[in-house]
Design a protein around this ligand. Structure first.
Ligand code: CP
Ligand code: NVA
Length: 307
C-alpha cells in the first residue's frame, strides 16, 4: 500500500507521551515485554519499511530501530540531513509527502519540535519522535520498562532526577503522569524544565517536585536518573558545567536513595561529569539493560504505529 492509498486513514503517530493515552502506552510496554521474553515470536512488520531521518548524531536510536525493524520482518532506509536535499532547503512538508510514497513509517531525530510536527502533519504514514530538543519519548518508554523489570510496577514508585532540565526530563515528566509514579527533579534554577510541561502534568494529577537540592530530590528514591550536562547542539558549555557540578550523581548522592535503588542514564555518558564512574559502572547501574530495552520497546512502538 502506498502513502497515497493510505491517505484517507489518519496515521498513528508516536510524537510525545502526553499525546498518547495511558492505556495505549501500557499496551506498547506489554508488547515490548512479550517480544523481549520470546512470548511473541511473530513478525508483524514483514514487508514494512521504516525511513529514519537523522539531523543529529545517534548510536542507540539508529541501531535499535534498525535491529527492531529487521527482527520483526521489516527493513529500514536511513537519510541524514547532510547528504539529502534537506540540507539544501527542501521543506519538511515536501520531504514528508515524498517519503510517504516510499515507506510505511518515518522516524526522525531533529532539533526542532516544529519540524517533527510539520513532518507529522504532512506525512501519510506514522511518524515517530526519535528525539528533539524538547523531548525523547522512545527513551523514556525504555526507561519505564527497565524500572518495572527491576522494581515492579511503576505506579507508586519514586524516581529522582539530578541534572539538566532537558528533553529527557520532559519525557520523564510526561511519563510520571501517564504511569503514576512520583518524580522529584533537582535542577539549577536557570535550567529548570518548562513550566507548561509541569502545569500539564499537574493537571493530570501527577506528583512532581522541582527543587534545586539534589539530596532532597534523591531522598528515598527507587531510581535515580541523570543525563549529559551538554545536550547535542547546546552552547555555553563551560557555564552549564559550572552550574551543574553540584548535581553530579556520585556515591554520596546515591546514599540518599533507597539501599536497593537503581541508577539510569540514557547514554552517551560523560564519566565524572554528570555521573561518577563508581555509580555508572557500579552494582546499582541499570544502564546496559536500559540501552537494550530501547530495541524491545521500539518493537512495541513500531507494532502499535503500524497496527
Ligand atoms: N540515548 C540515545 O538516544 O542515544 P543515541 O543518541 O546514541 O541514539
Ligand atoms: N539530552 C541528550 C540526550 C541524548 C540521547 C541530548 O539531547 O543530546
Amino acid at each position: 500500500m502506498t502513502g497515497r492509498s493510505r491517505a484517507n486513514k489518519a496515521p498513528r503517530h508516536f510524537l510525545d507521551l502526553d499525546r498518547i493515552e495511558a492505556g495505549e502506552l501500557r499496551n506498547i510496554l506489554g508488547h515490548a515485554v512479550a517480544f523481549k521474553s520470546g512470548r511473541d515470536r511473530t513478525k508483524p512488520l514483514a514487508g514494512k519499511i521504516l525511513a529514519m531521518i537523522f539531523e543529529k548524531p545517534s548510536t542507540r536510536t539508529r541501531l535499535s530501530f534498525e535491529v527492531a525493524m529487521k527482527q520483526l520482518g521489516g527493513d529500514v532506509v536511513t537519510l541524514t540531513a547532510a547528504d539529502s536535499q534537506i540540507s539544501r532547503g527542501e521543506t519538511t512538508a515536501d520531504t514528508a509527502r515524498v517519503l510517504s510514497r516510499y515507506v510505511d513509517a518515518i522516524m526522525i531525530r531533529t532539533d526542532s519540535p516544529a519540524t517533527l510536527e510539520e513532518l507529522a502533519q504532512n506525512a501519510g504514514v506514522p511518524v515517530i519522535n526519535g528525539l528533539t530538543d524538547s523531548s525523547h519519548p522512545c527513551q523514556v518508554m525504555a526507561d519505564v520498562m527497565t524500572l518495572e523489570e527491576r522494581k515492579g510496577p511503576a505506579r507508586g514508585k519514586m524516581v529522582a532526577w539530578s541534572g539538566d532540565g532537558n528533553n529527557v526530563l520532559v519525557s520523564w515528566i510526561h511519563a510520571a503522569a501517564r504511569f503514576g509514579f512520583e518524580l522529584r527533579a533537582a535542577c539549577p534554577a536557570r535550567l529548570a524544565p518548562p513550566g507548561k510541561v509541569l502545569d500539564w502534568a499537574r493537571t493530570q494529577g501527577a506528583r512532581i517536585t522541582i527543587t534545586t537540592e539534589p539530596a532532597e530530590a534523591v531522598a528515598g528514591a527507587d531510581c535515580v536518573v541523570t543525563d549529559t550536562w551538554v545536550s547535542m547542539g547546546t552552547k555555553n558549555k563551560d557555564e552549564r558545567r559550572a552550574m551543574l557540578k553540584p548535581f553530579r550523581v556520585d556515591e554520596a548522592l546515591m546514599a540518599h536513595a533507597k539501599r536497593d535503588a537503581i541508577f539510569m542514564h540514557c547514554l552517551p555518558a560523560k564519566r565524572d561529569e554528570e555521573v561518577s564512574a563508581a555509580v555508572i559502572d557500579g552494582p546499582q547501574s541499570a544502564v546496559w539493560d536500559e540501552a537494550e530495552n530501547r530495541m524491545h520497546v521500539q518493537k512495541g512502538i513500531l507494532a502499535w504505529c503500524l497496527g
